[in-house]
Structure formats: structure tokens, C-alpha cells
Design a binder for this molecule. Structure first.
Ligand SMILES: Nc1ncnc2c1ncn2[C@@H]1O[C@H](COP(=O)(O)OP(=O)(O)OP(=O)(O)O)[C@@H](O)[C@H]1O
Ligand SMILES: [Mg+2]
Length: 210
């Protein structure tokens, strides 16, 4: 069990396979919050400001043949430090936190690599992982998602169609266990997707839906 957010700020997470449009949707949501004078911070996992995040980056670029549980522990450590040092302090000050990825990525990706759900959820609950107020899962076909990302980038360990197809299935399965996860068809026009995102965000603000 993850802990419900007891703070004033709302914690909103965008999830989906690589190239599903998480950062695009966060960028489109920003003006909506600014117009309403909602103070927020934008962040992502794996982190880019902690050594654990750098280790993950190196791990994904190489082929070290790590035991899947060691990899999972590294992601869990990075996530835990991210929650402690960035997410919780901002929520505590009443700021909203918009994050690309969170515990749901760790579950979906690491389970596909063979780690048991109980192993992951047990550590998450022992570390008091925070349940977001809203998780928007952008559901996209891996072929579409990878095509969006283009060819210029160095291919990382997780960027493979079959692998991402399994991650997509996992995401959809796990999302049934968490009522805060809302699945959105991410293959449409970014602005149409954003309209749906804003309806979900309004539910957190006690603003009536359009
Ligand atoms: N709904 C959409 N339709 C078409 N293209 C899109 C859509 N959303 C995003 N894109 C494009 O797809 C690419 C990837 O989008 P984005 O960076 O938002 O994905 P991401 O989920 O953050 O990816 P990553 O997991 O790699 O961080 C970008 O070039 C973006 O402009
Ligand atoms: Mg991104």
C-alpha cells in the first residue's frame, strides 16, 4: 500500500512508454496552472540531479547484465530520494508537483524484466512511497511512440518494440489496481489529449467539469 498524499499541494504524474507524450502534456498543462495562480514544480524520474539518476542512465546505455533485482533497487533508491528531496518538500509548501514517471514506471518496467510485484511493492511501502493524487497513463502503441522519438538518438536498453509492448500491457494491468490511474488514448492530437487531462485536473481542484 502506498501512502495517500497528506499535503496541501497536489502530486500529478504522467506515465506511458518512451515517446508516449508525457513531457508534451506536462508542457501543455503548465499555462492552465499559471492562469489559476497555482504554484508548481516540474520534475521527472529517473532524476537528473542525483547520482542514482546518473547511475541509471549509465546502466541503460550499457549492457552490464545486472540482476533485474539490482536494477530495480537502483530505480527504487532514485525514486525514494526524489520523493524525499523534491516531491514531498514542495507538496509540503503547498506547491503542486508535475512529474514525468513515478512508482508506476518502476512497477511496469521492472516487472517486465522479471522482478516480482510483491518485491517492488513491499519496498515501496516500507519506504513510505507517496501515492500521487492523479496518474495520467498515456496509452500509445510502441511503434507509434518509437517513431515519434526519431532515429537520431542512441538506442537505450528499454527502447525496443517488443519490450515496450510488454511494458504497455503491464501498465494497463497494474493500472486496474490503483484508482488514481486514469488511462488516456495517447494516439490523438496533443491538444485533444490535453482537454481530457484538464478535465481530470479540474477534479482535483473542485471545479465543475465542462
Ligand atoms: N499526441 C501526439 N501526437 C504526435 N506526436 C506527439 C504527441 N505527443 C508528443 N508527440 C511528439 O512525440 C515526441 C515524444 O514526446 P514526449 O517527449 O512528450 O514524450 P515522453 O513521453 O516525454 O518521452 P520520454 O519517455 O522519452 O521522455 C516529441 O517529438 C513530441 O513532439
Ligand atoms: Mg519525457
Amino acid at each position: 500500500m502506498l501512502a495517500r498524499n497528506p499535503y496541501r499541494g497536489k502530486y500529478i504524474v504522467f506515465e506511458g512508454i518512451d515517446g508516449s507524450g508525457k513531457d508534451t502534456q506536462i508542457s501543455l498543462l503548465e499555462p492552465f496552472l499559471i492562469e489559476r495562480d497555482i504554484r508548481y514544480v516540474r520534475t521527472s524520474e529517473p532524476t537528473t540531479y542525483l547520482p542514482t539518476g546518473l547511475l541509471i542512465k549509465a546502466l541503460l546505455r550499457g549492457r552490464y547484465g545486472f540482476d533485474p533485482r539490482s536494477t530495480a533497487l537502483l530505480f527504487l533508491a532514485d525514486s525514494h530520494e526524489h520523493l524525499r528531496t523534491r516531491v514531498v518538500p514542495n507538496l509540503g509548501r503547498g506547491r503542486w508537483v508535475l512529474s514525468s514517471r513515478s512508482f508506476l514506471s518502476t512497477l511496469a518496467y521492472q516487472m517486465v524484466l522479471g522482478v516480482e510485484e510483491e518485491f517492488l511493492e513491499d519496498i515501496m511501502s516500507r519506504l513510505d512511497f507517496l501515492l500521487p493524487d492523479l496518474v495520467v497513463l498515456l496509452d500509445v502503441d510502441p511503434e507509434t511512440a518509437l517513431a515519434r522519438k526519431g532515429k537520431e538518438r542512441v538506442k537505450q536498453m528499454y527502447e525496443d518494440v517488443e519490450f515496450l509492448a510488454s511494458v504497455r500491457e503491464r501498465y494497463l494491468e497494474i493500472s486496474k489496481e490503483y484508482d488514481v490511474v486514469k488511462v488516456i488514448d495517447g494516439e490523438r492530437d496533443p491538444f485533444d489529449i490535453q482537454e481530457e487531462v484538464r478535465e481530470l485536473v479540474k477534479d482535483l481542484m473542485d471545479i465543475p467539469r465542462a
